[in-house]
Design a protein around this ligand. Structure first.
Ligand code: NAD
Length: 489
């Protein structure tokens, strides 16, 4: 087959197009947001949050101890027993609509702060994370006064205090996935953001104060794993919603067994992206790029395993390698950047470790020869061919810009290989045949199956996994059920 023409002209490049950060004001030090006020931690401990694109410190953020978590849970219990617990859904909806509108109005400020604290490209924070976060608040605001119509024959009653723990890959979006349905259903919240990306959650806390949300309805406690454990294990918490790694999720499930607390777990994934020979090839290449390189591959549902039908494998790989060469890696605040910074030194080490394992196990590595900034945590877009099902890079979640490519001959073989992981979060299928899409979707063991697209999210659409990817759904009407009493709880 003829080689596709090289699309990269090395003499030609984009000029820098820096997003200014002038609309963002960052304090030197942040306290905990408890009962409607920022307060110094009783623990007296603070942790630094750094900019992963430059390794420079940004601010010191409180590390909540057990006593602080106790205060936050008490504030949430008091608010639940008080005005918020008695408020009608129509009134709660007004707060949620106000929060959604304010998020839209201040969207650029939030997006820039998200990029500075987390390393994601500004074009993604600006065009995806923030619009989707606001959309979740709008969507659940719409449900707040219609709960009795959401589930036939069920009297909608909130669970009480929700303890929520979120990861660093989509800080504001994960916050919205958790806070919006919890409040719409009438619960109160204690939320712990990830230790490497606490700043937008704290800015959000001040936004809710401006929106007039009653004190104690939303409390934000910052800190690392110990703080998260104190939240989920606190006896005053009625419902735990956790998004993060499978290892930590399993520990939480063990810790909560027998306590009567409700639990939803959104954990890791190793998504399969399946390309049939009748797929629109150029669109499929774009889908694969979006599937694995969006947000540096720090995406639980990333299409990190690619299965290409054998008769188009080499042609598809030529196109994919060419496209990799056009990805711009670097300063996340540059509006042209496609791949920003890896979120932390620890995550970079994990990616490097798994890439070394791929080489040791005999897979073949391809990376474009793009330059990386001298400081900060960066990793080149990477693809591995010659990958076997048993390789660690085909089984373990890398959570970075690394794609493992394999081939298949028949649809049945594609299904068998795609399902061969302990996870079950997401999959994608590219083919022009509608019947084949349905046949595949029936057999792929994944909570979400995209057809001729990938990584598309909508607040009305439930999201969640099977097996080691967790249980429970976020988004849509299903996302409300997780915060209401009912036959399912
Ligand atoms: P992580 O499990 O290390 O941390 C997630 C959060 O849990 C952080 O806030 C952390 O401080 C906290 N935490 C750590 N130990 C804890 C403990 N013992 N008890 C309570 N809380 C604790 O995961 P991570 O590295 O931050 O995030 C990446 C993982 O999250 C990946 O595996 C990814 O697939 C998963 N994720 C899943 C989804 C989904 O919807 N399924 C979405 C985003 C990320």
């Amino acid at each position: 087959m003829a080689q596709p023409p090289a699309v990269r002209d090395k003499d030609w490049d984009y000029l820098p197009s820096a997003q200014t950060a002038e609309m963002v004001s960052i304090d030197d030090r942040y306290g905990l947001y408890i009962d409607g006020k920022f307060r110094a931690p009783r623990s007296r401990r603070y942790q630094e949050t750094i900019n992963p694109a430059t390794e420079e410190p940004i601010a010191r953020v409180a590390e909540a101890g057990a006593r602080d978590v106790d205060l936050a849970v008490s504030a949430a219990r008091t608010a639940f027993a008080g005005e918020w617990g008695r408020m009608g859904g129509g009134e709660r909806a007004k707060y949620l609509f106000r929060i959604a509108r304010m998020l839209q109005e201040r969207s650029r400020e939030f997006a820039v702060l998200e990029t500075i604290d987390g390393g994601k490209p500004i074009k993604e924070a600006r065009d995806i994370d923030l619009p989707l976060a606001a959309a979740h608040f709008f969507y659940y605001a719409g449900w707040a006064d219609k709960l009795e119509y959401a589930f036939a024959g069920v009297k909608p009653e909130p669970l009480g205090v929700a303890g929520q723990v979120i990861p660093w890959n989509f800080p504001m979006l994960m916050l919205a996935w958790k806070v919006a349905p919890a409040l719409a259903a009438g619960n109160t919240v204690v939320l712990k953001p990830a230790e490497t990306t606490p700043l937008t959650a704290l800015l959000f806390a001040s936004l809710t104060a401006e929106a007039g949300l009653p004190p104690g309805v939303l409390n934000i406690v910052t800190g690392a794993g110990r703080t998260g454990a104190a939240v989920v294990e606190h006896p005053g918490v009625d419902k735990v919603a956790f998004t993060g790694s499978t290892a930590v999720g399993k520990g939480i499930q063990r810790a909560l067994a027998g306590t009567g607390k409700k639990l939803t777990l959104e954990l890791g994934g190793k998504g399969a992206h399946v390309i049939f020979d009748d797929a629109p090839i150029d669109q499929a290449v774009e889908g694969v790029i979006n599937g694995i390189f969006f947000n540096q591959g720090h995406v639980c549902c990333a299409g990190s395993r690619l299965f290409v039908q054998e008769n188009i494998h080499d042609h598809f790989l030529d196109k994919l390698r060419n496209r990799l060469g056009t990805l711009r890696v670097g300063d996340p605040l540059d509006k042209n950047t496609d791949i920003g910074a890896i979120n932390s030194a620890e995550q970079l080490q994990r990616i490097e470790g798994l890439v070394s394992a791929g080489l040791e196990e005999g897979a073949e590595l391809y990376q474009p020869d793009c330059a990386l900034p001298a400081r900060g945590f960066y990793f080149r877009p990477t693809l591995f061919t010659g990958v076997a099902q048993s390789h660690r890079i085909a089984q373990e979640e890398i959570f970075g810009p690394v794609l493992s490519v394999m081939s298949f001959r028949t649809p049945a073989e594609a299904v068998e290989k795609a399902n061969n992981t302990p996870y079950g979060l997401s999959a994608g299928v590219w083919t022009t045949k509608g019947s084949r899409i349905l046949w595949m979707a029936d057999r792929l063991r994944a909570g979400v199956v995209w057809a001729n697209t990938y990584n598309k999210f909508d607040p009305a659409s439930p999201f969640g996994g099977y097996r080691e990817s967790g249980f429970g759904r976020e988004g849509g009407r299903h996302g409300l059920a997780a915060y209401l009493k009912g036959p399912w709880s």
